[in-house]
Write a protein of this length. Sequence first.
Length: 321
Amino acid sequence: MSRILVTGGSGLVGKAIKHVVETEPEGSPFAKRAGEEWIFASSSEADLRDPVATEALFDKYKPTHVIHLAALVGGLFKNMKYKLTFLRDNSLINDNVLRSSYTHQTSKVISCLSTCVFPDKVEYPLNEEKIHIGPPHDSNFGYAHAKRMVDVMNHAYKEEFGCNFTSAIPTNVFGPYDNFDLEDSHVIPGLIHKCVLAKKNGTPFVVAGTGKPLRQFIYSYDLAKLFIWMLRNYDDVEPVILSVGEDEEVSIKQVADAIVKAVGFEGNYSFDTTRADGQFRKPASNAKLLGLVGKFEFTPFDQALDETVKWFVTNYDNART
Ligand code: NDP
């Protein structure tokens, strides 16, 4: 019998894991197994910044495994404005979750880092060895340092107490249940929302920047499967980057084109080249992942985007906007 507690179970990635666990057909390596109980916790059940609430959550469920996704997450503006809050809240959440996992003798914890935590000045592609070799970008140093410390704590828990704690490092995630807020969201959900509104209001769809920067995007349902794979197959403290390959980078223009097509937008569509582009590329290597998992079929980008747009349009009234 295993009881898997997913913290951050109400967010983009948590909902994707729930979806995969509930919908994968029997026989799939990602399907729910007999004897497994999955618990998806949100902040309303326990504020994980609070050690007492965290202990109470662990007392209630007595998880054998934890997928730890809960975090204060935000776009660039929020990260820049609230650096101490990002540092403190995420440090408290991570410390409490790992501590309670240890005191409750949880047999495995996979925590979630992000490729945003890598050093600012680094040789690309990013890989699992480069997390700590230089300071993170100034814009998100609160979030980045709190997340980096998870890797440090995982090693310390292993060395002092022999715990089986590890971490996953996803690249940019998108999919159903994302945060589609116009001001404070990641690029894909923000552009989807903008394009849907432009279609509805008969206004132009304007994308900030030249559209040339390249990024690796992973569909939340693919990421969910990789978390489930890690849960069942990976028992090493060192992190694993969960991403599509470097050869699957897409430009912001490709993203915007795919959104225009999926939304069915036929109005005026342009790029505001007076707006900043951000970094041109920051590729991450998925060589370690592929070496471990063997073959993994990522959902084609256009299909994943089309599914996300359809989900947003259908769930517009309840989506996080
Ligand atoms: P979301 O913002 O969609 O969800 C965040 C989750 O954390 C929610 O379930 C939220 O609960 C929970 N949470 C936040 N604060 C607390 C708290 N104080 N106590 C308990 N729970 C809390 O995030 P994502 O699903 O996008 O991110 C999941 C993980 O993946 C995070 O660790 C993030 O850093 C990482 N990541 C995300 C990427 C992305 O592109 N989205 C890229 C790389 C990594 P509630 O709903 O109740 O507020």
